[in-house]
Design a binder for this molecule. Sequence first.
Ligand code: SAM
Length: 317
Amino acid sequence: MGVNCLRISVTDRCNLRCVYCRPQHDCDFIEREEVLKSDEIHRIVRLFADCGVDRVRLTGGEPLIRKDITSLVTRLAATKGVSELTLTTNGVLLYQMADELKAAGLDRINVSIDSLEASSYKKIAGYDFSSKVVRGIRKAIEVGLEPVKINAVILRGINHSQVVALAAMSIDLPVTVRFIEYCPTSSNTQAAEDYMPYDEIRTIIEDAFGPLCNATIERGNGPALYFRIKNSAGAIGFIAGRSTVFCESCNRLRLTSDGRVKPCLYSPAEYDIRQLIRADAPDEQVRDVLKKIIAGKHAFTRLNSPAQEFSMRKVGG
Ligand code: SAM
């Protein structure tokens, strides 16, 4: 499969403290001068686009806390060869930023919310912003950052009681609610035993709403499987990154906030592009390295758990 998607962690910082990603005591941030500047991100995207990478997603950390995020969106959206620019956010700042992001050229947005209920949202994220995030989701729909996708990581004993309420959002709203299997990435984060596999989550939904029907989602670039609750406005998705292996169809690369390209989330292999850029390497030289990374991407197959610990916020989930 052609490798045409790039996920960029634009910052490793975040305004939430999700137990599976960035727990309270995790303060190991990348120094500010090591984080890629807007010009550097723009150049890397332009060179990747020359190599056929036409879909770009901004993530983090929390991309909306990066001060120059809107101008970065404007520049990347206007880059020749970029056909789709999207962003993944926790939605805390979305209500006030949705309009400007749309105007800057963002095509659509994914919003993470693991619970609609205050106490389990707070248990996971450290603070309760659940109603703020829901307002942000409605605003994103209103301004046309569509189709809006909602990401939820379900942890046994913490928010599994929210599966039905989250799935029900897809009945009235034109959103796709995607359940992502928890991937333990470090000994620092949530216990691996709290992982809930896709089939268990699906059973909870089918017990509540009846059998799910297959759905075709127009703009899905990734590994999610899509279904629908009968007569619903939206859809349900599952990203079963642990219980299934989809390496052969994986079409994405990741750019870490300090400028390393990671061809596979589960492999420790990474290539330091910032070093090349800061050494003033000419475009042809950087492009050659990017082409080699793309060509070698499918050497990383059939790994479905991390080969070593890593930080999701640096790599870009
Ligand atoms: N701050 C933004 C957000 O919350 O969406 C973007 C970054 S966050 C790392 C991107 C996505 O990765 C979120 O949907 C989050 O739930 C998911 N994620 C983070 N750590 C994860 C893990 N260990 N296993 C599965 N998904 C994870």
